[in-house]
Design a protein around this ligand. Structure first.
Ligand SMILES: O=C(O)[C@H](O)[C@@H](O)[C@H](O)[C@H](O)CO
Ligand SMILES: [Zn+2]
Length: 299
């Protein structure tokens, strides 16, 4: 008796739509177009979209408690003032790796921003491997490097009890978990919790739901999957009309809508004709699952 519905809601295409975040106060969806070098804020009630352009590839943008946003742009953490559209640098990372850039990021339940890096792609998924690292930025703007040797640093989130950190390095085709110390922001005891099935594609962005299950957007898989990180079982698959599904977050009233971003970069004209909505943002309703509010960066 499923009434799952998938709608295309933001019809303007992104090259690489990514990093959706629901902002409860405004009822808006924030997301980035990584290689399109844009940060978008879309209001589903009015269908209005505001955009700020960035100078470099922008991997993530997250709300900041003191106002504005913190972003991962190029190899810098930056502070974005939305009204003036101005960006100032907070910290520079990977100084020994000029070909790197930030990718996905998210704020932990204590207000630290975690974001990872990767080498610039020649084309989707083709890049120098093992160049990326996972970083965090704390409220005092101190940067911690947690580990290196990452191919494509991607989805991340925390368990509901804040004791586990979930992480995706896309080209491992797995979802991993670490023990998480919320007091110090340190991680330990890396292990695998889910291995992608044949045909599921490449794990990309993810978010946790209110039951502690993970929703993973599958790049080149045209779907989001719900997995149980306790058992390693895929509980649900929802297919979308585009292959390059990149990330997801819950939002809307009661956090019962799942917003999914997508990409079209690397597709040729024939691919685009087959998937005219590639790069758009989708909303999935009727899942019977709910999300939790996003955290804001403290500091
Ligand atoms: O969206 C991202 O996270 C990356 O920046 C993209 O480039 C793709 O995901 C990648 O190519 C496949 O994992
Ligand atoms: Zn991603």
């Amino acid at each position: 008796m499923s009434s799952v519905k998938v709608e295309c809601v933001v019809k303007e295409r992104c090259e690489i739509g990514e990093g959706p975040v629901w902002e409860e106060k405004e009822g808006t969806l924030l997301f980035v177009d990584i290689s399109g070098q844009k940060i978008h804020r879309w209001n589903p009630a009015t269908n209005q979209k505001e955009t700020v352009a960035t100078e470099k590839f922008v991997g993530c943008a997250v709300p900041r408690r003191s106002g504005g946003y913190v972003i991962g742009e190029g190899r810098s953490f930056g502070a974005l003032d939305w009204e003036s559209k101005s960006i100032s640098t907070i910290a520079v990372i990977d100084e020994d790796k000029p070909n790197n850039r930030f990718n996905d990021g998210k704020v932990d339940p204590a207000g630290r921003l975690f974001a990872g890096t990767m080498a610039m792609e020649e084309r989707p998924t083709v890049l120098e491997l093992k160049q990326g690292s996972l970083f965090s930025l704390n409220k005092d703007h101190i940067v911690v490097k947690h580990f290196n040797q990452v191919d494509i640093s991607n989805g991340l989130d925390w368990s509901l009890d804040h004791k586990t950190f979930y992480y995706i390095d896309s080209l491992t085709y797995t979802v991993e978990a670490f023990n998480y110390d919320i007091n110090t922001g340190s991680i330990s005891n890396r292990r695998m919790v889910y291995k992608m099935d044949e045909g599921e594609g490449i794990p990309d962005g993810m978010c946790i739901d209110a039951d502690g299950r993970l929703w993973v957007a599958c790049y080149n898989g045209g779907r989001v999957i719900q997995i149980d990180p306790q058992t390693g079982v895929c509980l649900q698959t929802v297919k979308l009309p585009v292959d390059k599904t990149t990330s997801c977050c819950f939002g809307g009233r009661d956090y019962s809508d799942l917003y999914v971003t997508s990409a079209c970069k690397g597709m040729d004209e024939a691919d685009m004709a087959k998937q005219p909505q590639a790069g758009c943002v989708f909303r999935i309703t009727g899942l019977g699952a709910k999300g939790i509010p996003a955290n804001s960066f403290t500091g």
